[in-house]
Design a protein around this ligand. Structure first.
Ligand SMILES: Cc1cc2nc3c(=O)[nH]c(=O)nc-3n(C[C@H](O)[C@H](O)[C@H](O)COP(=O)(O)OP(=O)(O)OC[C@H]3O[C@@H](n4cnc5c(N)ncnc54)[C@H](O)[C@@H]3O)c2cc1C
Length: 398
C-alpha cells in the first residue's frame, strides 16, 4: 500500500465522508482568502451545514465526539490534516476552534457546556483561544502588547491588547488566557502562576480589532489581528476551570501535536502536487526527480506514523509519554513538511512558485506557521527530558 492509498482511506464511521468533497471547494477558495487576508468564513459555514463543525464536542451534546478526551485522537488529527492540505490558514482557525472546545469539554461546568456547545452545534458559533502577548518588540515597533486583569464585583476586567489573535474577525467567542500577575499571557507566565481562562463574547462593544497590524508573509487568512480590550468585563460565569489550570494541567501539550497534523497536511498537498506535475510532464523517468518523489513519500509516511503513534499514546491514557512524544512529533514533522515542500519545488521548478500556484502559498504559509514555537527550544526540551532534567513541556522555556 502506498502513502497515497493510505491518505485516501476513509477516516472511519465517526467522520462523515463528505469532508473530502468540501475540501476541494476549500482549496479553490484558498488563493482569494490568502490574497485578501480574509477569514475563511464560508468554509466554516460549509462545515456547519455538513454537521462537521463540532468534532470535539461530545456526542451527548450533538458533536462528533472526536479528539483526545474521547479516545479518538487520530480521527480528529486526520480531519485537520485534510483541511490543512486544502488551506493551512483554515486549519489554524479550525485548530483554534476545536482545541477551545476540548478545553470546554474538560473544564467547563455542565451549565456552560449546555449553553456553549448548544450554540456551536445549532448555530455554528466559532471559538478560538488567545494567549499572544509577546513582550519583545520587533525593530521599529513602538507599541507594547499585553493585558491586565483585575477583580471587579463578581467578575474580571480585562484591559489592553493581544496580537496573533487568530480568527479575530471570524470567531464569536475567544478563550482569553490572561495573567492577573501582569501582561504576558500563558507563554510568559511562570508554571505556578494563576493564569485565567475567560470566555469573552467578541460582539461585546468594548472589544475592537485593529486590522492594520497583521500583514505577514503567510497564514494571512487566519486574520490573526491585534485585538484591543477596553475595560472588558467578564463575569465569573464565563470563567473556565480554576485559576492556573491551563498551565498546571499542561493543556498546551494536548494541542502541540495538532500543529504537526497541520504541517503534515501541507506536506500532503505538496507531495500530491509534485506527483501530478511530474506525471503530466512525463518527468518520472528522471533519476533525480525519482529521488525527490521517493524522499517526499517517505517523509509523508513518516509523519503519518508519528502522528498515529502519539494519538495512540493519548488514547491509551499514557499521558506522560504522550506529552513529550507530541513535541517529538511536532519537531520532526516541521522538518519533514519543510523538506517535502522543498523537494516539490526542486522537482517542479520555478513555475510552481508563480501565483496562483498552491505551492507558492504553502511555502509562505508553512515557513511562517512553524514559527509558532521555536524549534531550537523544542529540541532542547526533548534533550532535557532525555537527560532526566526538569523541562517545560508546554512552552519550552529554558
Ligand atoms: C499563524 C500564527 C497564528 C497564531 N495564532 C495564535 C492564537 O490564535 N492564539 C495565541 O495565543 N497565539 C497565537 N500565535 C502566537 C504564538 O503563539 C506566539 O506567541 C508568537 O509566535 C510569538 O511571536 P514571536 O515569535 O514573533 O515573538 P517572541 O515570542 O518574542 O519570540 C521571538 C524569538 O525569541 C525567542 N525567544 C523567546 N524567549 C526566549 C528566551 N528566553 N531566550 C532565547 N530566545 C527566546 C523565540 O523562541 C523566538 O524565536 C500564532 C502565531 C502564528 C505564527
Amino acid at each position: 500500500m502506498t502513502t497515497t492509498d493510505l491518505d485516501r482511506q476513509p477516516l472511519g464511521p465517526t467522520v462523515p465522508a463528505d469532508l473530502s468533497i468540501l475540501v476541494e471547494a476549500f482549496a479553490r477558495r484558498a488563493d482569494v482568502h490568502d490574497r485578501t487576508a480574509t477569514f475563511p468564513g464560508q468554509d466554516f459555514d460549509d462545515l456547519f451545514a455538513a454537521g462537521l463543525n463540532a468534532p470535539t464536542v461530545p456526542r451527548e451534546h450533538g458533536g462528533l465526539g472526536l479528539g483526545p478526551l474521547h479516545g479518538q485522537t487520530n480521527r480528529l488529527w486526520q480531519m485537520t490534516r485534510q483541511l490543512a492540505a486544502a488551506d493551512l490558514s483554515l486549519a489554524r482557525c479550525w485548530e483554534g476552534h476545536t482545541n477551545s472546545l476540548v478545553l470546554l469539554d474538560a473544564l467547563a461546568t455542565e451549565e456552560q457546556k449546555a449553553r456553549w456547545f448548544g450554540a456551536v452545534v445549532r448555530r455554528g458559533q466559532r471559538w478560538v483561544a488567545w494567549s499572544g502577548e509577546p513582550k519583545a518588540t520587533k525593530p521599529g515597533e513602538q507599541q507594547r502588547f499585553g493585558t491586565t486583569v483585575q477583580r471587579k464585583g463578581n467578575g474580571w476586567v480585562v484591559d489592553g491588547t493581544k496580537v496573533f489573535a487568530t480568527s479575530a474577525i471570524g470567531a464569536d467567542w475567544a478563550i482569553l488566557l490572561v495573567d492577573p500577575a501582569g501582561p504576558g499571557g500563558a507563554r510568559e507566565a511562570g508554571k505556578d502562576s494563576r493564569v485565567l481562562m475567560l470566555a469573552c463574547e467578541l460582539a461585546d462593544p468594548s472589544v475592537s480589532v485593529d486590522e492594520s497590524w497583521w500583514d505577514p508573509i503567510g497564514m494571512r487568512a487566519t486574520a490573526s489581528h491585534l485585538v484591543r480590550f477596553d475595560q472588558t468585563y467578564i463575569p465569573d460565569t464565563h470563567r473556565i476551570g480554576e485559576p492556573g489550570d491551563y498551565l498546571k494541567q499542561e493543556w498546551q501539550t494536548v494541542f502541540i501535536p495538532h500543529y504537526a497534523a497541520s504541517f503534515l497536511g501541507a506536506a500532503d498537498a505538496a507531495y500530491q502536487y509534485a506527483l501530478n506535475y511530474v506525471m503530466r510532464q512525463n518527468k518520472g523517468t528522471d533519476p533525480f526527480v525519482q529521488q525527490r518523489i521517493g524522499a517526499m513519500s517517505v517523509a509523508v509516511e513518516t509523519g503519518e506514523l508519528w502522528l498515529r503513534h502519539v494519538a495512540d499514546l493519548w488514547d491509551a491514557g499514557r499521558r506522560r509519554e504522550a506529552r513529550i512524544a507530541g513535541s517529538r512529533a511536532r519537531h520532526l514533522v516541521e522538518h519533514l513538511a519543510l523538506d517535502t515542500v522543498d523537494h516539490c519545488v526542486r522537482a517542479c521548478g520555478a513555475r510552481c512558485l508563480v501565483k496562483p500556484s498552491p505551492i507558492e502559498r504553502i511555502l509562505r504559509d508553512l515557513s511562517f506557521y512553524v514559527r509558532h514555537d521555536n524549534d531550537d527550544h523544542i529540541l532542547a526540551t526533548i534533550g532535557r527530558a532525555a537527560l532526566g532534567q526538569p523541562y517545560d513541556p508546554s512552552f519550552y522555556k529554558p
